[in-house]
Design a protein around this ligand. Structure first.
Ligand code: HPA
Length: 279
């Protein structure tokens, strides 16, 4: 059993003090956590500060290829945002702490919006490789929940409501930007598994009958914790491959990273415009 992520952790306060002292009145209101292959998501943004995770006490280096371990502060038209280049995953085997701490930190420094991006395998027939999908809702199929355990945090209810984890208004904003910028956006249900093995074709067929659009190994724990902390959440999947048994080829992390890089320009445009228009 993992240690509870809801216990008061002095490292979070210390790290928040460190960022507040460094950034002074540049206060981020939005946090973005990036999935595989989007190390260059920030290339068109105004970067104010760049900090390696190892310099921030409550963060830790990612162990997955395609994920850097850097926190950026960027200036948007009216606000500031933080970008986590690199996320931790449950399959790394170090519990929920490393996944939840970025959210606890962002909550502590006053962020209100949370954008989660990921790479996903497409199940729905309407999804093609390279598509971007706005997550309407999710299914937690990880066999565990990051909120289990003693809760010392007053900001987190014991039984958080999850009727609208993904904010309708932020989905509408993303859709509006998609139309303005001619970025085709699909919508769907994301199902998360622990990984690290990809799914079997039989599993994918079972998820298809459940109404799942796409599968992946991230985002859901962050959305569960983010929702419990009161963030307004937007989730965007990049369909990097057709899921097992639907794809004609064996699945690989290289293909996931390759498709993410190819989709980078439209993801960049979407993210840049979102950060400029989100309030
Ligand atoms: N399955 C699980 N996770 C993934 C996939 C997939 O097909 N593609 C990218 N991440």
């Amino acid at each position: 059993m993992n240690d509870s992520i809801l216990k008061i952790d002095p490292n979070i306060n210390e790290s928040a003090d460190f960022l507040r002292a460094r950034w002074k009145n540049q206060k981020p209101t939005t946090a973005l956590i990036c999935g595989s292959g989007w190390a260059n998501i920030s290339s068109g943004l105004t970067i104010i500060d760049e900090i390696s995770y190892v310099e921030i006490k409550c963060l830790s280096k990612t162990t997955v290829d395609g994920h850097l371990s850097k926190l950026l502060l960027v200036k948007t038209s009216e606000n500031f945002a933080v970008i986590f280049l690199g996320r931790r995953h449950y399959y790394e085997g170090v519990g929920w702490g490393p996944i939840a701490k970025p959210l606890l930190l962002c909550h502590e420094i006053g962020c209100k919006n949370l954008i989660l991006t990921n790479a996903a395998g497409g199940i729905a027939e309407t999804l093609n490789v390279g598509d971007l999908m706005i997550i309407k809702d999710h299914i937690n199929f990880m066999g565990d929940n990051p909120l289990i355990g003693e809760n010392q945090l007053s900001a987190v209810p014991r039984f958080p409501d999850q009727t609208e984890i993904y904010c309708r208004k932020l989905q509408n904003l993303a859709e509006k930007i998609g139309i303005e910028k001619s970025i085709k956006l699909k919508t769907g249900i994301y199902l998360a598994l622990s990984g690290p093995a990809f799914e079997t074709p039989a599993e994918i067929q079972a998820y298809k009958t459940m109404g799942v659009s796409a599968v992946g190994m991230s985002t859901v724990p962050e959305a569960i914790v983010g929702n419990a902390l009161g963030f307004k959440i937007l989730g965007i999947s990049c369909i990097t491959n057709k899921a097992a048994g639907i794809s004609e080829n064996p699945l690989s992390h290289e293909e996931v990273n390759q498709t993410s890089s190819e989709s980078l320009p439209k993801m960049q445009m979407l993210i840049e415009t979102l950060l400029a228009q989100i309030h």
